[in-house]
Design a protein around this ligand. Structure first.
Ligand code: C2E
Ligand code: MG
Ligand code: MG
Length: 688
């Protein structure tokens, strides 16, 4: 019983670890996408020389060839470093390791080179590109796992470094012993255990079986070839390279056979592998903007049968939604072509057609008849139809994941202790999200201004607070607690703040012109950062004049979130505003130093109690005392005490007893658009 429990525990741990490896591999692939993009574009470009050989020596095409060699030639090294980086990052936080993650990933890449040398020495060849992709994944995982074990092994820790102040030096020195042992262990493991690299080719040959040189591969053997090719591509290994390494033994490209490797390339794989040209076509009709954009990039390479962008970029690798069509569609293409040829509708000739020859042209040349092109087109359309429902499911999962991620990020950013200033520059998801939000803040079209009524205890509306709303085109409604702090850090709050003032004044005009409606004072939230702009107060005064707003109907709410720098000039400006008749409110008033500092520095007409405090007012005697003393403080300086986040009747009664003057919250109404606010006021106003 106990041992069964132990085994199941071990199994769960192994599963969790496997999941972590898979996710590191996936993220590793995503991170090297720019390199794959560059390589795919260079390859697409250099393919032009296959059709115009005279261009081969032109410097532009030579450069594209070099770029392709550099990117694809070192892809395995980049991938190894990238996977190791993803994995060690997780372990660093899981085990509190003091390691430089970049150095660890570089060491993993160096180890891969050593392992490749080891194998190259045996075989007289050396390659760090697509052929080594599977090796790259294995070495990255193996290296990082072993490195973490050595790193956590106490006797290998150089304890004298514990008191070393030079951070980078001590961190690097700490990594020296594990950094020596790990590559040696990996190399030794390869030398004694995993040395046999040709196992992939041998396995492939074994699965396909013996081939008659005169006949070439049979239909069943071709089906197996296609399945192997697809399975390899699905895990990120260049399937065609594996197959082409054994192509001669399979007599795939022998002259005189009726079904050669070229036919499979151009009638089953269309687009590179997996008949993905059909997938790229339907991507153009995707609901997700990012997928439609992606289709634009992937179309040209796909036409030349270069499918790395689709495989790694969409991605198809390890994508459980697209696995089935990716496996089945080329099989369908293959069987359909067999069927059509066996009926004699299309016959193939011995044409020498390059693998990168585009759709239709290759079909026409291989059949020496337009029937070949029509067959290709038919398979391609069929592929689009087959991929469509699977793509929909993939997109639904993409949407679900994005929603979860966004709500997680929103929660994180909205937290009171969140430091936007710090997060904004971080290279992680939160940093990227903040910067993306900041970019989109330039577009003011999606902003709206809502108003939350403020009432007295008898239920009469006495004013309203203007609150900004933003419907982000991609992320949907985002709360101000997310984007206002970002706008404060980037400085965009100045432009947004003036938009709020102007929109609010326009709405006040509308209220004023509406007969049978008693205009109410409106409070605008002003971030302390806005006051640092030298023109803020003068702009405010200008807009008051332009919109002919009665300053007595205007209140400015200053929050405690960001510290207000109380310069002499600002104190003077606040006094002037107050002389004009504008009220000043201190928002989210707590027991903080800043709140009290404000009270003694400039005229304050309203104190708004921090909503968090109100939540506990019924239950906590201490909070009741605090609110009561705030009331005394406010009334002592001739100011009003306002309670926000009033959600229940009990709270309202208690707050009234403790001396609050006005109330705002869910109990009465959440923020409303202007027409609804006006309707609310009409039914909750005493027309004295
Ligand atoms: P705030 O000024 O303290 O605004 C009150 C917040 O409490 C609003 O959140 C409001 O929707 C929410 N609220 C109202 N009733 C209830 C209730 O019964 N329960 C709870 N839990 N919450 C309630 P919102 O609109 O998300 O705004 C958050 C903060 O963003 C505001 O806090 C304010 O500091 C800032 N903000 C909003 N609009 C603007 C703006 O136009 N300019 C500037 N600078 N800041 C703004
Ligand atoms: Mg406020
Ligand atoms: Mg507040």
């Amino acid at each position: 019983m106990l041992s069964a429990l132990w085994i199941s525990n071990e199994f769960m741990m192994f599963l969790a670890r496997t999941r972590l490896w898979l996710s590191s591999i996936q993220h590793g692939f995503v991170a090297v996408l720019p390199i794959i993009f560059l390589g795919a574009l260079a390859l697409t470009f250099s393919q032009i020389t296959s059709y115009v050989p005279s261009l081969k020596d032109h410097i532009v095409f030579q450069i594209s060839q070099w770029i392709m060699n550099a990117t694809y030639g070192a892809l395995a090294v980049s991938l190894c470093a990238s996977i190791s980086y993803q994995l060690i990052k997780t372990y660093r936080s899981q085990y509190d390791l003091v390691v430089d993650v970049h150095i660890v990933s570089l060491m993993a890449a160096v180890t891969l080179v050593a392992v490749t040398f080891l194998q190259g020495y045996e075989q007289g060849q050396f390659d760090l590109g697509f052929d080594q992709m599977i090796q790259a994944m294995c070495v990255a995982i193996l290296f990082t796992e072993l490195f973490v074990i050595w790193m956590r092994f106490a006797p290998l820790q150089l304890s004298y470094l514990d008191h070393e102040i030079h951070g980078q030096l001590s961190m690097t020195l700490r990594m020296i012993i594990p950094g020596l042992i790990t590559p040696l262990s990996v190399i030794a493991l390869y030398y004694f255990v995993l040395m046999d690299v040709d196992w992939l080719s041998r396995l492939t040959l074994w699965i396909i079986g013996d081939v008659d040189p005169a006949q070439g591969t049979t239909l069943w053997q071709n089906i197996r070839i296609v399945v192997i090719n697809q399975l390899f591509w699905f895990v990120g290994i260049h399937g065609s390279t594996v197959i082409s390494s054994v192509a001669s033994e399979l007599h795939m490209f022998n002259q005189g056979q009726n079904f050669s490797g070229e036919i499979i390339n151009h009638f089953a794989y269309i687009g590179g592998s997996g008949c993905t040209l059909g997938l790229v076509m339907v991507l153009f009709f995707s609901r997700r903007q990012s997928n439609r954009h992606f289709a634009r990039y992937a179309m040209l390479p796909s036409l030349f049968n270069i499918n790395e962008l689709v495989i790694f970029g969409l991605p198809i690798i390890f994508n459980r939604y697209l696995f089935l069509p990716f496996l089945l569609m080329p099989l369908l293409g293959l069987v359909l072509t067999y069927f059509v040829t066996s009926l004699g509708w299309v016959t193939f000739v011995n044409a020498d057609v390059n693998w990168s020859m585009p759709l239709l042209l290759s079909g026409y040349l291989l059949a020496d008849h337009w029937g070949g092109a029509v067959l290709q087109l038919l398979i391609c359309v069929l592929s689009a139809c087959v991929y469509w429902p699977f793509l929909k499911r993939h997109e639904a999962s993409q949407n679900r994941k994005q929603k979860q991620k966004i709500s997680h990020l929103i929660n994180e950013i909205s937290h009171v202790d969140f430091d936007v200033k710090h997060a904004y520059l971080q290279p992680n998801d939160v940093g990227v999200f903040c910067r993306r939000i900041n970019l989109d803040l330039d577009e003011l079209d999606n902003f709206e201004l809502y108003y939350q009524p403020k009432l007295d205890h008898q239920g009469n509306v006495q004013g309203a607070e203007a609150l900004i709303r933003w419907h982000h085109p991609v992320f949907g409604g985002l709360p101000p607690s997310v984007f206002i702090p970002i706008a404060e850090v980037s400085g965009k709050i100045h432009r947004i703040g003036l938009w709020v003032v102007e929109r609010c004044f326009r709405d006040m005009n509308i209220m004023q012109r509406n007969h049978g409606f008693k205009p109410i004072p409106i409070a605008i939230n002003v971030s302390p950062i806005q006051f640092t702009h030298p023109q803020f107060v003068s702009e405010l005064k200008r807009l008051i004049k332009q919109y002919d707003v009665n300053p007595r109907m205007l209140e400015l709410e200053i929050t405690e979130g960001q510290k207000l720098k109380l310069t002499d000039q600002l104190v003077e400006e606040l006094r002037q505003l107050s002389v004009m008749g504008i009220s000043i409110a201190v928002d989210d008033f707590g027991m903080g130093h800043t709140s009290l500092h404000y009270l003694k520095s400039f005229p304050v007409h309203t104190i708004k109690i921090d909503g968090e405090i109100i939540q506990d007012v019924v239950r906590s005697g201490l909070i009741q005392e605090i609110v009561q003393s705030m009331g005394q403080l406010a009334h002592g300086m001739n100011a009003k005490l306002v309670a926000e986040w009033v959600e229940e009747e009990d709270q309202l009664m208690m707050l009234h007893k403790l001396g609050c003057d006005l109330y705002q919250g869910k109990h009465f109404s959440m923020p409303l658009p202007l027409p609804e606010l006006m309707a609310y006021c009409v039914s909750h106003q005493k027309l004295a």
